[in-house]
Design a protein around this ligand. Sequence first.
Ligand code: NDP
Length: 549
Amino acid sequence: MSDQQKKVYALSNGFAYSHHPGASLLSRPDGSITLQDFHLVENIAHFDRERIPERVVHAKAAGCKFEFELTDSLSDITFAAPYQKVGYKCPGMIRISTVAGSSGSADTVRDPRGFSFKFYTEWGNHDWVFNNTPVFFIRDGLKFPQFIHTQKKDPQNHADGAEDSSRSWDFFTQNLETLHQVVYLHGPRGIPKSLSDMNAYSGHTFKMINDKGELTYVNFHVKSDKGFPTLSNDEASKLAGTRPDYSTIELFNKIKEGKKPGFTCYIQTMTPEQAEKFRYSVNDLTKVWPHKEFPLRKFGRITMTGNVDNYFQEIEQLAFSPSNTCIPGIQPSNDNVLQTRIFSYPDTQRYRLGANFNQLDVNRPKNLNGTAASRCPYAASNFQRDGASTLYNQGAMPNYISGQPNASLEYKDLTSEDFFKNKYKGAVTEESLKKYILEQESARAAHDAVINAKLPGYYSVSGASELDLEQPRALYENVFTEQQRKDFIDTVVGSASNIPNPKLKTTVSQYFGLLNADLGKSIAEGLGIEWVPVDLEGYFDSIGRASAK
Ligand code: NDP
């Protein structure tokens, strides 16, 4: 409906309603309201259902439209359709969020930002579900619910970490692999100045597969044209108190004024042989790939192009999943957290939006059978049917595998140059193919054994080692400026000073002391406690856990 069109007040069945929208039907002039006043009932009943469950994490968000352009082909390493032809463009939606707070929380908090992209390609929807930090706190998805609980409100008194940060610091210090992300987050980049002027990183490793079946590990980097300006603690606290939606409106106004913030997209690449020799595991989400060893390779541009007309419909209902990163030609790595997310994200969407969440306009693949599709090479069909809020039930297409002419589906293999070489149909029955798959499987298992051996033993329980100290140390000692190191100490001391238990304060100073003894000492001084240096073994003894040795 265009804005110019005249609008009539109507019931939800579309019929015009001729009474005043604010008047209820009364049983007599001074009497009670009546149950037959369906206008009243419809309004109140719909209001009662306005809220859907907010995301447990990433509830507070802003978003906009974007356009992607492929500037450099990646066809040598992947047959994924959107990464083939230079000049390829597609539209999409971006959602940027804080992690811990509820949907009404302030924007300018020290927290990673989720940075997600949904690409509406003519082959189907492709998502990047990234963060504005290149690493994460944990490398085991099983720890995620517990970690997030420490970022939420206290289970007894419902107060957050600004009152008592013990739960956060207890979790961080008990899980030493958190150190890299904790240093990153308490450094300057912990509070971005603008949602459009910061980077996004996949963090996870993905596998790109080319049409020869060759594997390349990749890490995505989306770098802002404007660098990564940040807010100081004072600026951020003031804004959080006075303008809690500061970042949301700053992004909206920028786009409204016609500015089109831009980003350049890169990947870092690693061959399987390089991955076997790499100092760390490619499946370890707490590590970056050093730029010098693995330079950035440019492939695309992202331009923020427009605001939405309706936040709930177009941003809140967006449903992202790292499973949509894994389109034909891209596979998940064995990163444990990535694999957990691949389950968890669609599961959350089913709970939040219902089983048919992918049929909502913002989530619907533009090539789904039965929908208008301008540029689609074929209409996607499947056997999923019915359920609450079915919007596109695939018409008369059979809801089972049919042998009837004009009703059966084709099974496409997208590895050829034109993406349509119809190589395999259905189940693998050919003996030669079975043999090929078995050989491939044993080579894969041997490779994975080398990669997996790089992660500390049963790392889900504790397991951190000297290797986990190197990159946060490089960040603190070599990347941060002197002023940033001073600010970092102030930030940590500011956060940890409300811990009531002095033993935990000591552990916090020792946690940072493992990285740099002067840093640990400065934090102890800032917290007003004695500095008690420990080595890694001593640290694990003091927290009551075994090291990875
Ligand atoms: P480099 O010197 O090549 O990379 C350092 C990178 O750090 C920069 O390229 C920039 O990433 C990022 N950076 C700059 N200032 C800050 C800051 N104040 N806070 C956080 N990050 C900042 O060395 P390496 O590749 O060997 O990495 C050294 C350390 O830098 C790593 O241990 C890691 O902590 C951090 N880092 C590395 C990244 C990587 O992918 N290699 C990415 C981000 C941080 P960018 O170019 O993405 O803006």
